[in-house]
Design a protein around this ligand. Structure first.
Ligand code: TRP
Ligand code: SF4
Length: 332
């Protein structure tokens, strides 16, 4: 019996290289060894963007298209949309009943979200009941498939800890049933944004999987380099080249990386030329992914079918779990 993996993303729009390298690439590998469930968390998107629902459907399609383009395979993994699996909402109710209020109030990720909402960027939004329930809903996502492992970034660990506490509480109250899901951190190096800060769409420092080659090349030209370098034949310092060289280390092969290092240190390579080459390199790595994405953009009905089929399969599993849960809780 394979172990079960569940992971999700809020559909906030087209994904960037940080998502690809930090999350999706890892998912692609996991689907070989585990029973995998990957979903677009559209209810979670509503916890803060309940007033922007016009974009939700397209954002969900975009996220799924990016996954498919990157190699998430609907033959190997179950790809679904959270709100198409209403069993999750029912499980959310049972879990909410057994979750002490202070467990969710303590959740550091939620505290951060609340802080952002109160700022100008968040337009002084209120914290709604639904947002308070974020960690419980996330527990329902995970426990719905009786998951063993949850691949997430380190910012999500607190959520997984609450999930484990809720699962324990359920098992103590109603009988041993749920597995205690563990976070699965991947140890790949994080790619920074073009300005050296964390890559994010709101910081306008990102490269999208779906960007054109021209856009990518242009964006790369803005990447931070060795700030101490004045002229192009000054000896450079790759290790102080905050962004461009780091990208080379991610996208180049060993030979390319050592050539760039050598030529930079000897003053044989100017930063403009170096970044032009880097843009070409990144474009060539992304070419097959972008080609696949184009295919899905031109065949959106195929994406719809994958979502319908995956959500159907997710529901079958969810219904099995829910039948057990209802029995254990002694519902009518
Ligand atoms: N909270 C996650 C994020 O913001 C998304 C998410 C929702 C999730 N439900 C999940 C991740 C269940 C893993 C498992 O990225
Ligand atoms: Fe960075 Fe390349 Fe310029 Fe060296 S030549 S500082 S590696 S951009």
């Amino acid at each position: 019996m394979k172990q079960v993996i569940v992971s999700g993303m809020r559909p906030t729009g087209k994904l960037h290289l940080g998502h690809y390298l930090g999350v999706i690439k890892n998912w692609v590998e996991l689907q070989e060894k585990y029973e995998c469930y990957f979903f677009a968390a559209d209810w979670h998107a509503l916890t803060t963007k309940y007033d922007k629902t016009d974009e939700l459907r397209q954002n969900t399609l975009d996220v799924v298209m990016d996954w498919l383009a990157c190699g998430i395979d609907p033959e190997k993994s179950v790809i679904y949309v959270q709100s198409l699996v209403p069993e999750i909402a029912e499980l959310n109710i049972y879990l909410g009943m057994i979750t002490p209020q202070n467990w969710v109030e303590r959740d550091p990720t939620l505290k951060d979200m609340a802080k952002i909402l109160k700022t100008k960027e968040g337009q002084g939004q209120q914290i709604n009941y639904g947002l308070m329930g974020y960690p419980v809903l996330m527990s329902a996502d995970i426990m719905m498939m009786n998951s063993d492992l949850v691949p997430v970034g380190s910012d999500q660990i607190a959520h997984i800890e609450i999930t484990r506490d809720i699962a324990r509480r359920f098992n103590n109250l109603y009988g041993e049933f749920f597995h205690e899901a563990k976070p699965l951190l991947n140890n790949c190096a994080l790619i920074c944004g073009l300005d050296g800060n964390k890559m994010g769409k709101s910081f306008k420092n990102d490269i999208k999987i779906s960007d054109t080659e021209e856009d990518t090349a242009k964006k790369i030209m803005t990447a931070i380099t060795d700030r101490s370098r004045m002229k192009k034949d000054d000896p450079g310092h790759p290790d102080e080249c905050e962004v461009a060289f780091k990208y080379w280390e991610i996208f180049g092969n060993e030979e390319e990386i050592s050539t760039v290092r050598y030529e930079c240190e000897k003053g044989l390579r100017g930063c403009v030329q170096c970044k032009r080459q880097l843009g070409e390199k990144i474009n060539s790595v992304l070419a097959p992914i972008r080609e696949k994405r184009k295919y899905y953009e031109q065949n959106p009905q195929e994406v719809e079918e994958i979502i319908r089929d995956g959500s159907f399969r997710a529901r079958q599993k969810a219904q099995e779990v829910l039948t057990q849960v209802r029995k254990l809780v002694k519902m009518y």
